[in-house]
Design a protein around this ligand. Structure first.
Ligand code: GAP
Length: 457
């Protein structure tokens, strides 16, 4: 298979109904993307898998659904209003804007920009005569810190600064400010976790690479509240827990790697990313952070409400430490799309395009295909209706059976059920496996359970 490019994935996603350009009929709004029927199913299946692993199967874990809009003091306490910024430089020639750290990252592997101060970064860019990717000129402004917070206003008077609110840049703060609510109402004992899936917004300087970096995106975040001293062990546990989860989602481990942070954020004691080899290169997929008791201490200080936990084990009182596990749902969906795409050369020399999603993630679990429309369509559509009570089914009666198989391969449907005379006369159906292309014959009454067993996560 030729190297997969991002352009190819973008076109493929559009062609098969995974992802479309946002507001396309108006010429599109840059860096906004709408999930189509197949993409929404895929993304929802990824969320379900995360929810199962991080909430349902995870000891003492609770899910919440906090509002996007939060009290502005939350963002003062978290440090976002003052320091959630990226190093911005402008090209003096064409006025294009860049993130200084990304410009270095895209040009060299020799140095990690995370370890440099702003002054060191601009000195490096100038010493190495980096050119503007757009106009080729080597003349950049000094670095300014650009705050990524997305502002909006509430209330009827737009210019009333009292109405200034922010669209949350991470879901995590919803978990922190609800720590006590969840602890008390669930009678939770430390260690326990709070997770949520939800939208976040960042005014990114350089959004791009399809859904890799956008201004509106979804996160799946989980915070483990634990006692100081157990934090590093829990941090190591969650680093591995995330990696195992990605493996179980069927991801190719050659394209996954850990990358420890060299320069730690002011609140973090330990931090590590899991990176994925996207078509444009290695990129951050998942972050695990030991956030210490920074967040809860700051909320205690700014809200004036004690965030102390009384430990029934030893009657000690403390502000808990937090281990965070955070992944972008859109970025993970993109990684799964790239990872699953395959072109297989068949014995007859033809090539088939296959999305090799694990069955649990596949948008459609089965496609029901009547062999001959005239004779088998009625039975097939009844079966499709029956199976749809248990999982997502597709139905296709147009074109040759070979072409219909190919269409299902292209969207990753793991099983095709063909209805023919054997079904009508003897109650037997043919089930074709997407990956092996092998076919088995099953009694009609066993089909539902056969598929249910295969799609478990
Ligand atoms: N609460 C911690 C936090 O938000 P982060 O590393 O800034 O940490 C976590 O974000 C994850 O969210 C990233 O690993 C990435 O998968 C995703 N993410 C961050 N910014 C994004 C963006 N602009 N577009 C899409 N996904 C993004």
């Amino acid at each position: 298979m030729e190297k997969l490019t991002m352009d190819k994935i973008v076109a493929y996603c559009k062609q098969y109904g995974f992802v479309y350009q946002g507001s396309e009929i108006y010429g599109g709004l840059a860096n906004t993307w709408d999930y189509g029927p197949l993409g929404s199913r895929l993304k929802n299946n990824i969320k379900d898998a995360w929810r199962k692993r991080f909430i349902q199967e995870n000891k003492n874990s609770y899910e919440i659904d906090a509002d996007i809009l939060m009290h502005p003091r939350v963002w003062e306490a978290s440090g976002h209003t003052t320091s959630f910024s990226d190093p911005l430089i402008d090209c003096k020639g064409c006025k294009s804007r860049y993130r200084a750290d990304k410009l270095i990252e895209d040009n060299t592997d020799e140095i990690n920009p995370d370890t440099l101060t702003d002054q060191e970064m601009i000195d490096y860019i100038r010493e190495h005569h980096y050119k503007c990717p757009k106009c080729g000129k080597s003349d950049f402004t000094d670095i300014r810190q650009f705050n990524l917070m997305f502002e909006t206003h509430r209330g009827v008077i737009k210019d009333d600064m009292g109405g200034l609110v922010y669209l949350r840049p991470e879901t995590a703060q919803g978990e922190f400010v609800n720590f006590l609510n969840v602890q008390r109402t669930m009678r939770a004992k430390i260690p326990f976790g709070i997770g949520q899936i939800g939208k976040a917004f960042r005014n990114e300087i350089t959004p791009g690479n399809f859904t890799f970096r956008t201004i509106e995106f979804e996160q799946m975040e989980h915070q483990l509240f634990c006692k100081e001293g157990t934090d590093s062990g829990n941090y190591r546990f969650y680093k591995e827990y995330a990696f195992e989860f990605l493996k179980d989602l069927g991801m190719n481990t050659d394209k996954l790697r850990y990358k420890d942070h060299e320069k730690l954020a002011h609140y973090a004691k330990e931090a590590c990313d899991i990176e994925y080899l996207f078509p444009m290169g290695w990129g951050e997929l998942w972050g695990t952070h030991n956030r210490t008791n920074y967040d809860l201490s700051r909320h205690q200080e700014y809200s004036g409400v004690s965030q102390m936990y009384l430990d029934p084990e030893d009657n000690s009182k403390y502000v808990p430490y937090v281990v965070e596990s955070s992944v972008g749902c859109d970025r993970l969906t993109l990684a799964i799309l790239c990872d699953s795409y395959d072109e297989e050369v068949l014995e007859d020399g033809s090539t088939r395009e296959v999305m090799r999603f694990i069955p649990a993630l596949a948008p459609y679990k089965v496609a029901v295909l009547p062999l001959v429309k005239k004779y088998h369509a009625e039975f097939a559509s009844e079966l499709k209706e029956k199976l749809s009570k248990y999982f997502m089914c597709s139905y296709d009666e147009t074109g040759s059976i070979g072409k219909r198989y190919r269409r299902q391969d292209a969207v990753g449907t793991p099983f095709c059920i063909t209805i023919d005379d054997e079904t009508i006369n003897h109650g037997m159906v043919t089930v074709r496996d997407r990956d092996t292309m092998e076919q088995i014959i099953l009694p009609l009454e066993e089909v539902e359970q056969y598929i249910l067993d295969k799609i478990k996560f």
